[in-house]
Design a protein around this ligand. Structure first.
Ligand SMILES: [Fe+2]
Length: 121
């Protein structure tokens, strides 16, 4: 992604590349994780608790994405300057929480390494 994007273009990119993708893919990932956890419950590499973490992430992401869509992004499109500090600080605080959840995913999935005998799900 070019570093010279205008705010409006950057917002459009975030919405289509990230927000739309999270909303489309996370529910399917949760469903697949529940299936894998149930079917392979006895397997030592089965990611026990993965679906619950993904479910939490989806809930927190939905709130986070709404903050951008309803508050920060419209203000940025209007080029409101000083009033952006608080919503930006909030969004950054949310991102710190997302990093924690990604660390949990790393632990649960052995750094996203699929076991050699894993099924398609
Ligand atoms: Fe974000």
């Amino acid at each position: 992604m070019p570093a010279s994007l205008e705010s409006g273009e950057l917002i459009d990119h975030i919405l289509t590349r990230y927000h739309d993708t999270h909303r489309r893919e996370l529910p399917e990932l949760i469903m697949l994780s529940r299936k894998v956890e149930a079917v392979h419950a006895g397997h030592s590499k089965a990611p026990a608790g993965l679906a619950d973490v993904l479910q939490d992430m989806l809930g927190e992401l939905e709130v986070h994405m709404k903050k951008g869509e309803l508050i920060l992004f419209p203000a940025m499109r209007r080029r409101a300057g000083p009033g952006l500090d608080a919503p930006i600080a909030q969004i950054r605080h949310d991102h710190d929480g997302h990093v924690e959840q990604l660390r949990k995913l790393e632990r649960l999935t052995d750094n996203f390494i699929v076991p050699i005998d894993a099924c398609r799900s």
